[in-house]
Ligand binder design. Sequence first.
Ligand code: NA7
Length: 518
Amino acid sequence: MPESETCDALVVGAGFGGLYQLYRLREAGLNVIVIDAAGDVGGTCWDKEDLLQYHWKDHYVKQPEVLAYLNHVADRYDMRKHIKFRTELVDAKWDDSIHRWRIQTSGGKEIQSRYMVTALGLLSKQNYPAYPGIDLFKGELYHTGNWPQQHDFKNKRVGVIGNGSTGVQVITAIAKEVKSLLCFQRTPQYSVPSGDGPVSKEYREKINQNYDAIWHQVKNSAVAFGFEESTVPASSVTEEEREAKFEEAWQKGNGFRFMFWTFNDLTTNEESNEAACEFIRKKIRQTVKDPKKAEKLCPTDFYARRPLCDAGYYEQFNRPNVDIVDLKQTKITEFTEKGIRTSDGTDHELDVIIFATGFDAVDGNYTRVAIKGRHGESLKEHWSEIGPTTYLGVSVPDFPNLFMITGPNGPFTNIPPTLETHVEWITELIKRAEAHRKDSSDPESVVVEAKPEAEQRWTQLCKELSDNSLFKKTDSWIFGANVPGKKNAVMFYFGGLKGFRDELEKERQSAYAGYVPL
Ligand code: NA7
């Protein structure tokens, strides 16, 4: 590769979003380069013909199966020739004199590109708590965001810090094979059964026969999980009816179903929320035989974080080799050569420590590298006052021709349907700009740029939509509360995927009034 290379569009990230963006922009006739820090493709779901035939084993797809599918897509569309693996974005600056992004990549190479699309994911910059003495620990240390392909925990003493979606999965998966498992839990969580199991032939046929209708429903729903959200408030029915609905959802499985299919006010009405909390607490107490462990596992705050589901999480605590350290009572004071020391003076000896401590989510990936706009201001600086702001979760004023797939203040939904919506919107904006370039007397100066007032309006809308939500009153990564020092801010559009798609349609109908005229 020469020292400097040019292309029409640079896509950062070869996961679900990046591959789909490559596919769309290549189809639009652009010369596209994709870069990815990893050694291979990493995330897709837009190829109907392929999806109708592809074999899916279980309802919840495991990592190797997802990876195999992505590799299959990359090969099917001959995508690898566009992708530079093991190539990281180091920094990017908009150069107004050439109307291009100058992108420095690892290895000292520069790429000059008219458009830059970031497909960095919401959840990839790992959150590593800075406990004293971590470097002293002589055993194995892992973060769930960087999971080793090869590992063997058999007969080992394992500690897991964190019990969000990932901690719950890890604990459930490894409890039976390890010698001992100690769960360092800061805040207990509400989790419901996942309802996972093999995909039957009949189920698959039903999906294939209703493929278009299913997608239509998904795109016209709020959380985009393939079920109809309830329109009935829990506060409007009798206690018996409420319990029966919760039980039905418990039996069907899936956290989002439990939260949004049962009733429409669990995340806004404190009493309705408490009814759901108490239902789950009862299940925990019924499942976990040791009352002391059960109490440690029972949450007391709102049911208003990312709704969890599991394949038998609470059952694991009936194993004699599995226990919990309640970090609200006994804090981790330091790591030692042999394990973890807690504030009650106990030395917990461990062979393996797993950080399931989550991510510096949403904007974390954008603030660790310098992406500098028209006036030299970085995104980090642009967002330093009130937190990350965008127009539609995609564009930022003064950052011409920059497009973020699932950027800050994008919809809070099942991610792939939103990611597809964003990619299609970005493709539309780029195609429109390309068409203008062809007719323009000064084609180089044609750029796509959001107006500051559009960003302000969107920020205000996202704030208003989140104001009533109990999510806002509950600490989690969804409002940036999980990383020490991170500003607590609105990070999502809470109007649902249908609401978001309606906003895009409004923007289209207004002749793209939120963007600087081309
Ligand atoms: P989450 O959901 O952010 O969970 C992280 C967990 O780690 C959670 O239990 C945290 O406790 C805990 N945590 C974080 N920092 C610490 C420190 N310093 N000490 C102890 N415990 C800590 O991340 P996940 O990876 O599970 O899931 C992220 C998303 O990925 C998920 O929502 C899905 O959408 C996919 P806390 O609750 O903050 O007290």
